[in-house]
Design a protein around this ligand. Structure first.
Ligand code: ZN
Ligand code: ZN
Ligand code: FE
Length: 755
């Protein structure tokens, strides 16, 4: 029997090949009617046999195009209209309301096949794209997302490209960035003094390969910015890169040509493999199996970040040598944003890279590669950027007004919200340098423009000295202004992700966050819901002698911890190197020595106390080294850390923890076993405290969030421990565990306060 259905689909269904997808399905199933883009999404009027319509609906639910996200489908039966054809109706969009921009994705299989086919007209054409793949977010200047609003605007489509673009049955129907060698952008190879070497793709690839093999560093313009590439197997090259980039410790990410080669080199679980091969192409942190690269790629570490190629040029380069392993690190100076504009790339990277591969199309919105790791077969973000941004986080309740949340000053991502979506920005790094602050500001204005956001509410952290706080003040003017406690935001981000509306027990563990008592928090046990929180536990305070300085010179924290525990300074490794007397005076008198209790700081202190790391060159270095050491231990001593209840709060004794670690040192336990015992002690006491809180408050749901949970032993241990004790545990999976996720929490809290 013939029926007529009106099917309304919303979500990300525009500019992603949704209409041709429907068009093809309709032709295949002899369905008549039309499909059209409207303000709410896509509307389909479909007349056909019942089973054909069923097939259509099923396909919309399950097989939608790769860049689309189907949020809701609404189906209504209508009287028969008697359509005789199926057609794509011209868009009737006047309101820009639901126009979304898809993220940048890897080149798809079909495009790659054409790329390597000598008979194809896009043979070796590095800007090959289709409706389902290629750059999007990085090239969009304004909405609506049409070619004239992208950095492809200056390239006029040739007749052949135009024909494909207009044909609903072509793979490139309405592909805004479509191009070919006759009409699109092309690559250049330059020396670092900007003398042109070649414009021929094959020659460029061959030369770049030779340069890399000879130990040169090559800057390569990718999707979201420049990479610095070099041979990862060559010690002196890797050291040269470290020196030039001023980056002594922080591991470099690798690019490897095939999943097989990755599996030869590193351990890959099924989930990790799935992530590596996903269209987002994140860097995935994996454990080393066979030492195939220079030990300076990730000094002291047994885990490495690796990704597969995702641009046609990268594929071409790796096709020359299946064993090639390259460092592919963001093209920046340490602590600065990735270079994405050509002039500034030559200026800022000219002394790092010997050669430059670039192209004549502007990167409008930059992004670094995303970074993930997998624990208990669950993917977790360390950095959510290229491939994921600006995919929205969909929520059930509509936002009554537009919101803006500025995030925090470290590992920044900001967020905007409207309708039923929250959109997080790309990773913007630490907002310390003026250049990062400038990039942050322009990213905000870009987002407000391309997503047509006019915020009524401006939310930030409550830290008085954060750049984000003062900038939000300025942006807000006389609009509504909300300040959110850092750790509450960490927990609320997870409440937002999982749509939890009741109170939970939240563990927010990180390095630094401004507390409402003007002390530095970071080992927080909260009873929190979306609107408010109560601080019900934390590790006891200790001082950070020298403030910020102690975060870099972590031996200062060890001094402070020993002091608090009343343990002689003889336990401090290399104590004769340090001005102990001055530091102790600072602690005693409280001079420039704020109180802190951050989990990250405790890890730093223990790391220094065990002589693992005394000074850091990059964030979390001391804690990471301590974790690596613990991972190598076979045994550990079971430690029982004291805690007490004070004014409705459980205070875990940091002093007792230090005392017990020192005792293990006295007993001559191998250092890796002490490191593991320390991790296990934290896990044990945390699970115990959460059990106590359950008894007291009758809450079974626990949220784990904060950068300190990037420590695998800690995350896995507490997570498993709580599940064993029958808790329901939630961890952030749509945003990073670290401060990259707090903007989402700020939005969630801001909205609640608004109501
Ligand atoms: Zn494609
Ligand atoms: Zn063309
Ligand atoms: Fe934090």
């Amino acid at each position: 029997m013939i029926k007529h259905l009106e099917i309304r689909v919303n979500g990300i269904v525009q500019g992603v090949g949704f209409r041709p997808f429907i068009y093809r399905l309709a032709l295949e199933n002899n369905i008549k009617g039309y499909v059209l883009n409207d303000t709410e999404g896509v509307t389909i009027s479909a007349e056909g046999e019942e089973d054909a319509l069923e097939k259509l609906v099923k396909a919309i639910k399950n097989n939608f195009p790769p860049l689309a996200i189907v949020q809701e489908i609404e189906i209504k039966e209508k009287p028969i209209n008697g359509y005789t054809t199926f057609f794509i109706e011209k868009s009737k969009i006047t309101d820009k309301k639901t126009t979304f921009i898809p993220p940048d994705t890897n080149v798809c299989e079909e495009c790659l096949r054409e790329f390597f086919d000598p008979n194809d007209r896009r043979f070796y054409y590095p800007f090959i794209v289709c409706t389902h793949c290629g750059p999007r977010f990085s090239i969009v200047k304004d909405i609506p997302y049409d070619r004239h609003n992208t950095s492809m605007a200056e390239f006029i489509m040739c007749p052949q490209c135009e024909k494909e673009y207009k044909d609903p049955l072509d793979r490139r129907f309405h592909t805004q960035p479509t191009a070919c060698p006759n009409c699109g952008p092309y690559l250049f190879l330059y020396k670092n003094d900007r003398t042109l070497i070649s414009k021929n793709i094959q020659e460029i690839t061959k030369k770049v390969y030779e340069y890399l093999k000879k130990g040169h560093i090559v800057a390569i313009k990718g999707v979201g910015g420049y990479h610095l590439a070099c041979d990862a197997t060559n010690d002196s090259t890797v050291l040269k890169l470290r020196e030039r980039k001023k980056r002594p410790f922080k591991p470099f990410a690798l690019m490897i040509g095939s999943i097989e080669k990755i599996e030869e080199f590193l351990y890959v679980s099924p989930k990790e493999k799935e992530l590596l091969l996903s269209k987002e192409r994140p860097i995935v942190i994996l454990k080393e199996k066979k030492p195939l690269v220079s030990r300076f790629v990730a000094p002291y570490l047994t885990h490495m970040g690796v990704m597969l190629p995702y641009t046609p040029f990268q594929y071409l380069l790796f096709s020359l040598d299946k064993d090639l392993i390259l460092i592919m690190t963001s093209g920046n100076l340490s602590e600065e944003p990735i270079c994405f504009d050509d002039d500034s790339a030559f200026e800022r990277l000219g002394h790092i890279a010997d050669y430059f591969v670039t192209y004549n199309r502007e990167i409008v919105a930059h992004s670094d590669d995303s970074v993930m790791f997998v624990i208990r077969e669950k993917p977790i973000f360390i950095r959510r950027s290229k491939g994921f941004v600006p995919s929205p986080i969909l929520v059930k309740k509509e936002f009554p007004v537009h919101l803006f949340a500025s995030g925090g000053d470290l590992k920044n991502s900001f967020a905007i919200a409207k309708d039923k979506v929250i959109i997080l920005s790309q990773y913007l790094g630490d907002l310390e340098s003026p250049i990062t602050q400038k990039v942050y500001k322009s990213a905000i204005f870009h987002f407000l423009k391309v997503f047509d956001i006019k915020p009524e509410i401006f939310i930030s952290d409550m830290h008085p000295n954060y750049f984000t706080t003062s900038l939000t003040d300025k942006l807000a003017g006389d609009k509504m202004r909300i300040k959110v406690q850092h750790h509450h935001a960490h927990i609320a981000s997870v409440l937002g992700e999982y749509e939890i509306y009741e109170p939970v027990i939240g563990l927010a563990f990180d390095g630094t966050g401004f507390g409402i008592d003007y002390k530095i928090w970071g080992s927080e046990f909260l009873i929190a819901d979306r609107a408010s929180f109560k601080r019900v536990g934390h590790f006891s305070y200790f001082r950070l002698p020298g403030g910020e300085k102690a975060i870099k010179e972590v031996w200062r924290i060890a001094v402070s911890l020993l002091y608090e525990a009343e343990i002689p300074m003889d336990y401090l490794p290399n104590k004769e190197k340090y001005p102990l007397k001055i530091i102790l005076q600072m602690i005693e008198k409280g001079l420039n020595s704020p109180f802190a209790c951050g989990m990250g700081r405790i890890f730093d202190g223990i790391s220094a106390l065990l002589g693992v790391c005394e000074k850091i060159s990059t964030e979390a270095e001391a804690a990471q080294k301590l974790e690596e050491l613990a991972l190598s231990a076979k045994n550990y001593k079971d430690l029982e850390i004291k805690f007490e209840e004070k004014e409705e709060k459980i205070i875990i004794s940091t002093e007792d923890l230090i005392k017990k670690i020192v005792e293990l040192k006295d007993k001559g336990l191998p250092i890796e076993e002490i490191a593991l015992s320390f991790h296990k002690a934290i896990i044990k006491v945390c699970v115990k405290v959460v059990e106590l809180l359950r008894e007291k408050y009758g809450i079974e749901k626990v949220v784990l969030s904060g950068g300190a949970f990037q420590n695998r032993i800690l995350l896995k241990g507490i997570w498993e421990g709580l599940e064993k004790s029958n808790f329901k545990v939630f961890i952030p999976q749509k945003t990073p565990l670290n401060d990259g996720g707090i903007a989402l929490g700020q939005i969630v809290i801001g909205r609640e306060i608004l109501q």
